[in-house]
Write a protein that binds this ligand. Structure first.
Ligand code: FE
Length: 191
């Protein structure tokens, strides 16, 4: 039964540009990148000094209480949302995309591009040190996993087929991001 489930998941995601590696797929078209009311301040929570932060290490029960099930599946269980299901895939306003778990600003709208994959895609992070990269050999593929460097939350993968100027494509799950419009950013962040 476990094999059949895995086979179904692999077939479902076969051929997608992100080479998805879902374990248990819980994301639905209705799923949104939301945190619970318990932590509204986590939507945008940059370090006091750019590049400087302490790692957040919490028990899994903390993240389970904080995150909606679909976000928990991606961020803490390395799941993958279905392509073209995140509203953030079509988000074109100016602003910042933050880690949905801890609020670290990971990507800026200036680096977002339409990859056609159905997942929010960026050619660079806001700050390289905010992104943790790990070789991921699961599912018979060699990929580079991308996680939030502060809380360890899984974000997606990075591929070497992106546009200029970096040639990189950060293929990110929308459910593991929050979008903060430029108008809602602190004044200092707009300058
Ligand atoms: Fe985080």
């Amino acid at each position: 039964m476990r094999f059949l489930t895995l086979l179904a998941v692999l077939l479902f995601f076969g051929g997608t540009a992100c080479n998805s590696q879902a374990k248990v797929q819980t994301a639905t078209p209705e799923a949104k990148a939301t945190t619970t009311d318990a932590a509204p301040d986590y939507n945008y929570n940059p370090p006091a000094e750019a590049g400087q932060f302490e790692k957040i290490e919490k028990p899994e029960s903390y993240w389970q209480d904080l995150l909606a099930p679909a976000a928990y599946n991606v961020l803490r269980e390395d799941g993958t949302e279905r392509s073209f299901t995140s509203p953030l895939n079509d988000e074109k306003r100016a602003g910042v995309f933050t880690c949905a778990a801890c609020g670290l600003p990971l990507f800026a709208s200036e680096t977002k591009f339409d990859s056609g994959t159905g997942w929010p895609s960026f050619y660079a992070p806001i700050n390289d040190v905010y992104i943790q990269q790990d070789v991921d050999n699961r599912y018979g593929m060699r990929r580079v996993e991308v996680s939030c460097a502060r809380c360890g939350g899984h974000q997606g993968h990075v591929f070497p087929d992106g546009p200029d100027p970096t040639g990189l494509r950060y293929c990110i799950n929308g459910v593991s991001l929050n979008f903060v419009p430029e108008a809602d950013l602190p004044q200092a962040e707009k300058n």
